[in-house]
Design a binder for this molecule. Structure first.
Ligand code: NIG
Ligand code: FE
Length: 394
């Protein structure tokens, strides 16, 4: 017995490209797609006429810092008058500014703020949202951030993937290696033991951690069976992409300064390249990730919003995908697979979300659009007509 059958739809499964499947109906049972074109006589609890609409997988935003307190408007304005992101963090602002505000916020406040920040993403069809910690830089707040992230799942009716980013930046005045010891020996085990995360991230940059810190953290995280992610080559190329790939990282994110050796390492390891055009543009960066080399080496490319108060405060995954096309020269197919199939792979090597096929989670949206490319043409006006997460209307 199907819980739901939707017929009269055009199914863009995002498995290979943007073409529509020959089938025109979806059968859902227990939150999964269990049939395409189920027999018309098959019993069902609910039936919906899709009205000829387009169905796409629910979007996957695979890199966000959506739970934080405060904003960084003053710093943005100061940057417009010439101050640099680096100078701000060196003066104790930047990420530290958000850390101060976040440490003061209660769990309830962080949940409310996370909802506020993420609602626009959900409204444009995101059904899976990765959320990093990293604005606590001490155990209690890091754990509170992950707890708040997890709490968003039932509220937003979405899949939340919480990632531990205790190694965001070393706290001011602290020796990076000493702080990293605390991250590895205290914060990370506490977050794993309490079921708050199964994934680890680190920011490697001149203003953050070095590649030697990545090695130490990844060795420990791997022994704890964590999925590995790294912010690499965003502002400075320190060789961290190669190291992360060699550790078997699921994703390397940013890559604005990456070169041919980095691309080769990603290709060897099957690591997903996560591009974050919103942050690159917001910081006024002129260098662009090596998209053509990534494409030629068949590295899977994902796009994410990077939603955060410092470098990407604008909550739109569709606009990020549009920017990837306009500024990073992705094709429309690459951009849309980058927020579906490949974004799912940036979170899980064998995801049961991000594409539409039998056996996949029933996360999908119905769109009143003639073609999927319309999502990149005018993203600001695009809202799904109906949205389903695990087979439930939301
Ligand atoms: O992905 N680069 C490091 N982390 C974030 C920015 C965090 C912030 O500025 O608050 C990023 O761009
Ligand atoms: Fe980030």
């Amino acid at each position: 017995m199907f819980d739901l059958v939707i017929d009269n739809v055009r199914i863009c499964s995002c498995e290979q490209d943007l073409s529509c499947r020959p089938e025109t109906a979806i059968g859902v049972e227990a939150g999964r797609i269990t049939a395409l074109d189920p027999p018309p006589e098959a019993p069902r609890r609910r039936h919906l006429d899709g009205g000829g609409r387009l169905v796409l997988p629910g979007f996957v935003d695979c890199h966000t810092h959506a739970v934080y307190a405060g904003d960084r408007l003053d710093e943005y304005l100061a940057r417009l008058s010439g101050q640099s992101y680096e100078a701000q963090i060196k003066a104790g602002g930047g990420i530290f500014h958000t850390v101060q505000a976040t440490r003061r916020a209660t769990l309830t406040e962080l949940i409310d703020l996370g909802v506020q920040h993420a609602v626009p993403l959900i409204a444009e069809g995101v059904t899976t949202l990765e959320v990093k910690s990293g604005y606590g830089l001490e155990r209690e707040t890091e754990m509170r951030l992950l707890q708040a992230a997890q709490a968003l799942g039932p509220i937003l009716k979405s899949r939340i993937v919480p990632t531990f980013l205790g190694a965001h930046v070393p706290p001011p005045g602290e020796d990076p290696a000493r702080y990293l010891e605390r991250v590895m020996d205290d914060m990370l085990p506490a977050c794993i033991e309490t079921g708050l995360t199964r994934a680890v991230d680190i920011y490697v940059d001149a203003i953050a951690f070095g590649p030697e810190h990545l090695d130490r953290l990844f060795e420990r995280a791997k022994s704890l069976s964590c999925a590995l992610h790294a912010h690499t080559d965003q502002r400075t190329r320190l060789g961290a992409t190669i190291r992360a790939a060699d550790w078997g990282a699921v994703s390397c994110d940013h890559l604005d300064e990456s070169g041919p050796d980095d691309v080769r390492a990603l290709a060897r390891s099957g690591t997903v390249a996560v591009l974050l055009p919103t942050a690159a543009l917001f910081l006024g960066q002129t260098r662009k990730p090596p998209v053509d080399a990534l494409r030629k080496a068949a590295v899977p490319i994902a796009i994410a919003s990077d939603l955060n108060p410092g470098t990407a405060p604008d909550p739109s995954l569709l606009r990020a995908a549009q920017e990837a096309v306009r500024h990073f020269s992705l094709t429309p197919t690459e951009a849309l697979l980058g927020i579906t199939k490949n974004a799912a792979r940036a979170l899980d090597p064998q995801p049961d979300f991000g594409t539409l096929a039998v056996g996949q989670s029933a996360d999908f949206n119905l769109w009143d659009l003639s073609r999927p490319e319309s999502l990149l043409y005018a993203p600001g006006g695009c809202r799904p007509t109906m949205s389903f997460y695990r087979g439930e209307r939301r």
